[in-house]
Structure formats: structure tokens, C-alpha cells
Design a protein. Structure first.
Lengths: 110, 120
């Protein structure tokens, strides 16, 4: 049911960088803002990035967001074991008049 | 500090109507740009957006579930209620409510979630 496509998992060693892609279409990512969420097992999602690249107060600058055309990217630098979680992108879809989420990506710290 | 908490039954029977209440604090549904929405997550699966109600009574629903959903607000009580009719075992999931503000003081804060099992 997810409209936005993400890789199932990405991995890297501690201290390295990972990027997570989120692919959509002109009706969602192409013409609307993208948000990113972090979710640890058994807990609620937490906003990491909004309006494509803005960070809420308290979110470290190790997390960054960008958008190009109909895709968006979340970057995590200085990877830590505490970053192991599921990450979801989200955006408003103007054709559906509904919000859509990505398929989710598990970050694995090797 | 913004907080939200979901309450309601942990189990419902097939064909029954699910009613969940989201009680929030730290913001008002009288404020321009503010909304309260619902998202669910079946065990081991991705997030699924259900719907949202805004300060101006605008409502938006997932197209695939629209016929079964209703979201209402009680601004004086700081509560938002989700009703989902004709529950089915595939609706078993953790249901989250979230407060959002698309304006200058943007926020997107989620409740802890409540697990709902649909079983006879």
C-alpha cells in the first residue's frame, strides 16, 4: 500500500555515512515537502526532517535531508549503534489528497 | 511540551466498530494550521496513513479506507476521536495519533500508540 519506495535496508560501519533514498512521483515528492521519521522497535515514529531538509529542535546535524525531482534522500553521518532503527519518508500526495509513507528502511550498523 | 495519548479497546471483534480517542496537550486545535491525524502500523509492516482533521474542520482520509473512517474533534476537551467501521483481522495494528502544525511553529509529534487486535 506504500506509495513511496525505499530500500529495505542499508548498512555501514560505525562512523561511516549512509544514505536512504525515497522514490515517489510528481503528485507527492515532486510537488510537496518530504518528512523523515525514525522508529525504534516498539516505539512511535519520531520526526527527524521536515520540509525536505529542516531539522526539528534537538535533532543532531548528523541527520540531513535533500530532495531532487521526485526523489528524496536522508543522510546519516558519523553512524552510531544507536542509529539502528527503521526510517520512513512521508509526503502529501496532491492527487490522493492524502499523506503517503515510504516502505521503510532498516539501518544496520555493522 | 506537546503530548498525545491514544485510548480505547485493545481488542474488537470482526464487523464491530473501533473507537479510539486521542487526548492531547501542549497545543490547541483552535490554532491556525494545527491538525491531529491517525496512522496505523500492522505488526512488522510499514506505516499507513489513515486521516487527519484540522483546526478549520477540514478532514482528509485515506482513499482506500475513506468509507470506513470518521475523525471528529472536541476542541474544548483537547480530544480527537477516530471511528473505523466493519473491523477485520487485517486491521490488527498499532494505531498512532499525531499532532501536526504546518505553520511557522511547525511540529509533528506522535502518541505512544495503542495496539488493537481484531479477533473473534
Amino acid at each position: 500500500q506504500s506509495v513511496l519506495t525505499q530500500p529495505p535496508s542499508v548498512s555501514a560501519a560505525p562512523g561511516q555515512k549512509v544514505t536512504i533514498s525515497c522514490y515517489g512521483s510528481s503528485s507527492n515528492i515532486g510537488n510537496n515537502y518530504v518528512s523523515w521519521y525514525q522508529q525504534f522497535p516498539g516505539t512511535a515514529p519520531k520526526l527527524l526532517i521536515y520540509d525536505n531538509k529542516k531539522r526539528p529542535s534537538g535533532i543532531r546535524d548528523r541527520f540531513s535531508g535533500s530532495k531532487s525531482g521526485t526523489s528524496a534522500t536522508l543522510g546519516i553521518t558519523g553512524l552510531q549503534t544507536g542509529d539502528e532503527a527503521d526510517y520512513y519518508c512521508g509526503a502529501w500526495d496532491s492527487s490522493l489528497s492524502a499523506e503517503v509513507f515510504g516502505t521503510g528502511t532498516k539501518v544496520i550498523v555493522l | 511540551q506537546i503530548t498525545l495519548k491514544e485510548s480505547g479497546p485493545t481488542q474488537v471483534k470482526p464487523t464491530q466498530t473501533l473507537t479510539l480517542t486521542c487526548t492531547f496537550s501542549g497545543f490547541s486545535l483552535r490554532t491556525t494550521g494545527v491538525g491531529v491525524g491517525w496512522v496505523r502500523q500492522p505488526p512488522g509492516k510499514a506505516l499507513e496513513w489513515l486521516g487527519v482533521i484540522y483546526w478549520d474542520d477540514d478532514e482528509f482520509y485515506s482513499p482506500s479506507l475513506k468509507s470506513r473512517l470518521a475523525i471528529t474533534k472536541d476542541t474544548s476537551k483537547n480530544q480527537v476521536v477516530l471511528k473505523m467501521t466493519n473491523m477485520n483481522p487485517v486491521d490488527t495494528a498499532t494505531y498512532y495519533c499525531r499532532g501536526i502544525n504546518d505553520g511557522l511553529d511547525a511540529f509533528d509529534v506522535w502518541g505512544q500508540g495503542t495496539m488493537v487486535t481484531v479477533s473473534s
